[in-house]
Design a protein around this ligand. Structure first.
Ligand code: 9MR
Length: 625
C-alpha cells in the first residue's frame, strides 16, 4: 500500500500553486538522501517518513536489483523540524562502490544513487566559487568563463561611483550627504539585489579568505591545488595567485574603497536611538574619518528582472556605521596577512586601511544603521561586542601589536566558541561574528600563549560537540536545531559545518567530519522536501532563485541560474513574501520553502550563504589522510 507523506503532499500543493510542472526531474521520493550519493567509506544515512512505531526492514539493492545489504530502520519518531514521523536508515557498514543503488522499505523506494570511492564535491566546490565571479560588479561576465553562454552579460556599475545619500528617508529623516564621491567599483552584488553591503560583504569575504588560510596553515594541498591559479573560471587565472584569493580580492577592492576619507566631519546618529514612524534621529557632528559606509546601493528597488547593466537607479553611499567599519578592519587585516608575500604593496594598503578603520570604530563605537531607506536591505546590528573582538583578533594575528591584544583580552568573548567559553559567541552569521575571531586565533600563527590557542581550539571543539548533540535530536540527522528556521537557514547549517570541520581538523576525530557530512547531506537532499538546495547538483535541485539576472522563471529572456548556487532555504520565522504569506501556519520549519523566484524570504541567494558552501564543500572534498 503506498504511504502518504505530508511533505510530499505539501510539495505537490506548492508546485500546483506556482503553476510549475516538474516532469523532467520526477516527484519527491519518500526515502531521502544526499542526491549526489554517498561515500563508500563515509557515513551513509537516509530518512523515511512513516507512521510505523516499530522498526521496518530495509534493503539496499544494487543496479541489478540484488540485495547488497539489509537491516532495520531506527524509529526516530515525531520530529518537530520536519513535521514528520521519521525512520532513519543507516547503511554505513556497507562499503561497496558503484552506480545505481536503491534503498527499499516496503513499497517505498529511493531514486537510484551512486556509492563513490572518491569524495563527492569536486565539481560543486568549483561551481560554488563561480557564483562569486558571476555576481561581480564592474566587469563583464565572459562566456568563456561561465557554464553556459546565456550566463554571460555586460558589466554592471562600471564604474560604481556614488556620493552620500542626502535626501529624506522613509521616516522623513533628512541625511546630510557628503562633499565627496567614492569610486567603490568591484565587489559582488549581495544577493538577488544589486546592493553592495560592507557588513555582509565582510563575513562572506572572510569565509573565502579563511578557507584559503586554513588550507595554507594546515597544509591542505588538495584544496590549494583545486583553487590554484588556472583552476578558477575567472579573468585572473593566469597571474600566479590562488584563484580563491583572487576572487576574494575582488570584494576587498570594494570594501577598501568604502572608507570615509580623512578629515571628514559628518552628522551621524550616535547611540542606539529608538524612534517610531515619523520620528527623527538625533544627529551629532563627528569625525568620521576612516569609518566605512554601511552600503552602496540603489535609491529604489529595481524590478525583477533587471540585468546589472540595465540598472538606471541612482546609487548612493549610505551613512557610515561602526559595524561596517569593524567589518572593514577585520577583513582588511586578514587580507593583509594573506597577501603579505604575494603582493606586499596591496598587503600594506590593506593593513593601513584596517588600522585606520579600527581606530575610527574606537572613536565612534556606537553608530548604528538606523536609517529607514528603501532600495536596499538594512543589515542593522545593535550589538557590536562581537565585531570589536573579531576585528581586534584579525589585527592582532596580523601585527602582534599590544594595542589589539589589550582589546582582545578585555573582551568577554576572548577565545570563545559559538556555544562554549567565557561568553559564547552564538552561531556564526552576519550579525554574529565573534567566532570568526576565535577561529583566526585558533588557526593563524599568532603571539598568544600556547594554552590560550589551545583554549580557543577547545572552545570550538566543545561547540562542535553541542552541534553533534543537536544532530542526535533531529529526525533528519543534521547538526542544527531551532524552534523556527531563520532567513538563510541553509547558511546557518553550513556555518555550523565549518565549526565541525575545524573540530575535525583540531582533533582528528571522525565524529566531527560525520557531523559536517550530515549538514551537507541535508542541504543536498536529505530533507523532507527531497530537494537539493544547490542549483545544478542532485536529482531535484533548486531552479528558480530570487535573483535579478538569473530570472528565467520571471522572464524567459533571462538565464536560468548557473550550477552551484545555494538557496537560502526554509524560513519559518519571516514569511513576508507573496509566496510565503500563503504558507503561514501550514508548514513545519524544514518545509517552509518554495522553488519560486517571488519567494525572497525562502529562495533568495546571497554571498554570505554561498561562501560557507565553498568552505564546506572544499573541506569535505579533501582526501582522507
Ligand atoms: O540575510 C538577511 C537576513 O538575515 C535578514 O533577516 C533579512 C531581513 O532583514 O535580510 C537578509 O539580507 C538581505 C539583505 O538585507 C538585502 N540583500 C538580500 C539579503 C538576503 O535576503
Amino acid at each position: 500500500m503506498p504511504r502518504i507523506h505530508t511533505a510530499t503532499t505539501a510539495l505537490a500543493l506548492t508546485l500546483a500553486l506556482s503553476g510549475f510542472a516538474r516532469a523532467a526531474e520526477g516527484p519527491a521520493r519518500p526515502i531521502r538522501l544526499n542526491q549526489l550519493g554517498v561515500e563508500a567509506l563515509g557515513p551513509k544515512r537516509a530518512m523515511l517518513a512513516d507512521p510505523s512505531a516499530s522498526p521496518l526492514a530495509w534493503t539496499l539493492r544494487d543496479a541489478q536489483g540484488a540485495v547488497a545489504a539489509s537491516g532495520r530502520t531506527q524509529v526516530f519518531g515525531d520530529d518537530a523540524a520536519s513535521g514528520e514521523h521519521v525512520h532513519q536508515i543507516d547503511f554505513s557498514a556497507f562499503h561497496g562502490v558503484g552506480e545505481g543503488y536503491r534503498l527499499v522499505v516496503g513499497a517505498a523506494e529511493s531514486r537510484s544513487f551512486p556509492i563513490r570511492a572518491a569524495r563527492l564535491y569536486g565539481a560543486l566546490k568549483a561551481d560554488a566559487l563561480g557564483f562569486f565571479y558571476q555576481n561581480r560588479a564592474s566587469i563583464p561576465i565572459e562566456a568563456r568563463l561561465v557554464q553556459r553562454p546565456d550566463l554571460a552579460r555586460p558589466a554592471g556599475h562600471a564604474p560604481d561611483k556614488a556620493t552620500c545619500f542626502d535626501k529624506a528617508d522613509q521616516r522623513g529623516q533628512v541625511w546630510a550627504g557628503c562633499a565627496y564621491t567614492l569610486d567603490a567599483s568591484h565587489g559582488w552584488y549581495d544577493a538577488g539585489d544589486q546592493g553592495k553591503y560592507v557588513v555582509n560583504g565582510g563575513i562572506a569575504v572572510w569565509t573565502l579568505q579563511n578557507a584559503y588560510e586554513r588550507a595554507v596553515v594546515l597544509g591542505k594541498t588538495a584544496t590549494l591545488a583545486a583553487f590554484a591559479d588556472g583552476q578558477g573560471r575567472i579573468p585572473e587565472n593566469a597571474n600566479g595567485v590562488s584563484d580563491l584569493l583572487d576572487e576574494a580580492r575582488w570584494e576587498m577592492d570594494f570594501l577598501l574603497a568604502m572608507q570615509v576619507p580623512a578629515g571628514t566631519t559628518m552628522a551621524l546618529p550616535v547611540g542606539l536611538q529608538r524612534v517610531g514612524p515619523g520620528g527623527r534621529l538625533d544627529l551629532t557632528s563627528v569625525d568620521a574619518s576612516g569609518m566605512a559606509h554601511q552600503r552602496l546601493a540603489d535609491e529604489h528597488w529595481t524590478a525583477l528582472p533587471t540585468a546589472p547593466a540595465d540598472d538606471r537607479e541612482t546609487r548612493y553611499l549610505y551613512h557610515p556605521t561602526t559595524a561596517a567599519t569593524l567589518n572593514l578592519a577585520a577583513t582588511a587585516a586578514q587580507a593583509a596577512r594573506l597577501w603579505k608575500s604575494l603582493d606586499p604593496a596591496f598587503s600594506a594598503r590593506c593593513l593601513e586601511v584596517a588600522r585606520r578603520a579600527f581606530a575610527a570604530a574606537r572613536r565612534n563605537p556606537e553608530i548604528y544603521a538606523l536609517g529607514d531607506f528603501t532600495g536596499s536591505g538594512g543589515y542593522g546590528d545593535s550589538n557590536l561586542e562581537d565585531e570589536v573582538y573579531w576585528a581586534a583578533a584579525e589585527l592582532y594575528a596580523t601585527t602582534g601589536a599590544a594595542e589589539y591584544a589589550a582589546v582582545l583580552r578585555a573582551s568577554p568573548l576572548f577565545l570563545a566558541g559559538p556555544s562554549a567559553g567565557g561568553k559564547p559567541t552564538g552561531d556564526i552569521g552576519w550579525p554574529s561574528v565573534g567566532a570568526l575571531g576565535t577561529i583566526t586565533l585558533a588557526l593563524a600563527p599568532n603571539g598568544l600563549k600556547p594554552d590560550e590557542i589551545a583554549a580557543a581550539r577547545a572552545n570550538l571543539v566543545a561547540s562542535a560537540d553541542r552541534y553533534l548533540a543537536d544532530d542526535a535530536r533531529q529526525g533528519y540527522g543534521l547538526p542544527y536545531a531551532a524552534p523556527g528556521y531563520p532567513w538563510g537557514s541553509n547558511s546557518a547549517i553550513l556555518n555550523r559545518a565549518i565549526v565541525l570541520g575545524l573540530a575535525a581538523d583540531f582533533t582528528g576525530k571522525s565524529a566531527y567530519r560525520d557531523g559536517a557530512v550530515d549538514a551537507m547531506d541535508y542541504v543536498m537532499g536529505r530533507n523532507p522536501l527531497d530537494r537539493s538546495y544547490v542549483t545544478g547538483h542532485g536529482a531535484r535541485p533548486m531552479t528558480h532563485p530570487h535573483h535579478r539576472f538569473w530570472a528565467q522563471q520571471a522572464d524567459a529572456r533571462y538565464p536560468a541560474p548557473p550550477p552551484g548556487v545555494l538557496s537560502g532555504g526554509p524560513n519559518s520565522t519571516n514569511m513576508g513574501d507573496p509566496v510565503a504569506r500563503d504558507m503561514k501556519g501550514k508548514c513545519a520549519p524544514q518545509t517552509c520553502w518554495t522553488d519560486d523566484y517571488r519567494a525572497f524570504t525562502q529562495n533568495e541567494v546571497a554571498i554570505n550563504w554561498n561562501a560557507p558552501l565553498v568552505w564546506v564543500a572544499s573541506w569535505l572534498d579533501e582526501p582522507a589522510r
